[in-house]
Design a protein around this ligand. Structure first.
Ligand code: PNS
Length: 161
């Protein structure tokens, strides 16, 4: 049976760290859905449509990756698409408590929603969307932090903030 997994996140915007996790997941599973989800604790800078478009451009070469958005519970979305696992990246110990809490909550809400953690690549350990926005807004070079194909889009957008 074909395996479908979901890589959820805010992706505000997608970073090289996200792309690394998505690329590695695409080699392990048959279908990967990158899901722009709602994090009630965050106010995104980019609209869901903008974030989806940036992910589509960044993953255009990965044929088994699709992009979607959802503003409901991840546990319900997992049921809707019949996915077998949630795939998330873990950067450091500081991520662990938050990710562990979400993994257990999702499992409680949907007994089929298991979470698979991939260790972030050493070169991306420090990277986050917040760092990218913070550096970019202050005129720093974010070239090494985001996929090449969306670099110009992000710079233009950050300058207008
Ligand atoms: O990139 P983020 O912001 O750390 O991702 C967190 C996200 C969006 C995956 C999480 O907030 C989420 O799953 N949101 C969907 C709504 C939901 O199911 N909330 C309960 C999570 S336990």
């Amino acid at each position: 049976m074909a395996t479908t997994v979901v890589c959820p996140g805010s992706f505000d915007p997608i970073t090289m760290g996200h792309l690394d996790i998505i690329t590695r997941a695409s080699k392990m599973f048959d279908n990967v859905i990158v899901l722009v989800s709602c994090n009630t604790a965050k106010t995104p800078l980019f609209s869901a449509e903008e974030r989806m478009e940036m992910i589509k451009k960044s993953t255009a070469n990965l044929k088994n990756v699709t992009v979607d958005s959802d503003d409901g519970l991840l546990a319900d979305y997992m049921r809707k698409v019949d996915a077998c696992a949630i795939v998330k990246g873990l950067r450091a110990v500081s991520d662990f408590e938050y990710e562990f809490q979400m993994a257990l909550t999702n499992k409680k809400l949907n007994s089929n929603a298991d979470t698979v953690f991939l260790t972030a690549g050493a070169e991306n350990m420090y990277l986050s969307s917040s760092i990218v926005k913070s550096v970019g807004k202050l005129g720093g070079d974010i070239k090494n932090f985001v996929p090449d194909v969306i670099y110009d889009d992000i710079c233009t957008r950050l300058k207008s903030c």
